[in-house]
Design a binder for this molecule. Sequence first.
Ligand SMILES: Cc1cc2nc3c(=O)[nH]c(=O)nc-3n(C[C@H](O)[C@H](O)[C@H](O)COP(=O)(O)OP(=O)(O)OC[C@H]3O[C@@H](n4cnc5c(N)ncnc54)[C@H](O)[C@@H]3O)c2cc1C
Length: 397
Amino acid sequence: MATTHFDYLIVGGGMVADTAARGIRELDAAGSIGILSDDIEEPYTRPALSKKLWTDDEFTWDKVPLNTVDDTGADLRLRTRATTIRPEAHEVDAADETFAYGKLLVATGGHPLPLPIDDGTNGERALSFRTAADYRRLRALAHDVDRIAVVGGGYIGSELAAALVQNGVDTVLIHTGAVLGDAVFPPALAERFERLFRDAGVEIVAGAKVEGGVADAAGIRLALDNGDEIRADAVVSGLGIEIATDLAEAAGLTVEDGIVVDAQLRSTTEDVWAAGDVASYPDRILGRRRVEHVDNANEMGRAAGRNLAGAGEPYTHTPYYYSAVFGIRYEAVGTLDSSLETVEDWIDTDRGVLYYLDDDRVVGVLLWNVEDARDAARAVLAEADTLTRDDLVGRIR
Ligand SMILES: Cc1cc2nc3c(=O)[nH]c(=O)nc-3n(C[C@H](O)[C@H](O)[C@H](O)COP(=O)(O)OP(=O)(O)OC[C@H]3O[C@@H](n4cnc5c(N)ncnc54)[C@H](O)[C@@H]3O)c2cc1C
């Protein structure tokens, strides 16, 4: 088997791969960078797949690719699935080639959890949603069929339901909560959130789980746990991801809800780093965690790249998360969990700051249509030990 050597090898060709390659180049203009990706296209911006591409006519496809190869000179191997990491030898195997590395970054993200249905259409009418190919497939379906079911009330499912209904598709959204968004938003806000969807014409089926079903040329029949059946022409699911840690685990890296890395994003194995959705890292403010969001992918990717190139710097960025539907945009830092107590600070009817408290201590901040306040939210979390609830109202504007 042929062996190709790279000074820096990145396994995974997603958002972290892009920023990591750029991070390497900030310190090392010449070192060779290899990227192994089992996707069919170069790294691209995933959030656009469920938002702007559907709702902003000026956001055209040319804005989706991240131009990693042109900008960094990385050698990107598409359709190339890494099958084994051999840390002792500093080698990674793919199907018919071995890659030797000086430093290795594992950035394999995750795979969408599958919908438990019998799909006789080979993904033509039943799909999950993670890749650019998934976007194109759903776009074609939105054009070709009348009614699409969306399964899952998290941010991917809700963004997709909004995208579809705004593109003239008869949309039914099935989710397990009592009210859409009620896992993260307190009751009144969840009601408001769900109303946005109903007012736009989305049919909402709440409190129901898809237990089985069939997809065939005649359409989709989804069997719900309450005994009901939902029919549509196609179905797309957003049920969360299973993180892709199998390679790392088999190679002996420590994996505990993610590949365990230290402040410099080094795994427990020499010369191997990890970043992005797969990495469990010690957040400076919030403690050890794993984050499946784009700000983290971008910032942690860059930090990992710099460290591969010898920077030796801790990752000190506390990431935020955002979503946007029907003209509202919310951002969050820390933990949003509606079972926690909340302190609500509404600036006006459309803009507000919500603080999530665990045992009287702020653990999460939600910014509802409030711009440029992420640093202020991080400051609240950093000072959480000394803040009382009276300090919160009026603090962020
Ligand atoms: C539709 C969508 C919308 C999103 N919107 C938002 C948003 O609004 N806000 C937000 O904060 N976050 C959002 N996210 C999350 C964000 O995109 C992810 O957190 C981010 O992409 C993670 O980057 P990553 O590089 O860790 O993983 P990914 O971008 O998933 O990249 C991992 C890559 O590794 C490849 N791979 C896996 N295993 C192997 C292997 N063995 N060999 C070779 N290649 C492999 C995969 O094919 C993939 O290309 C969204 C995600 C999706 C899917």
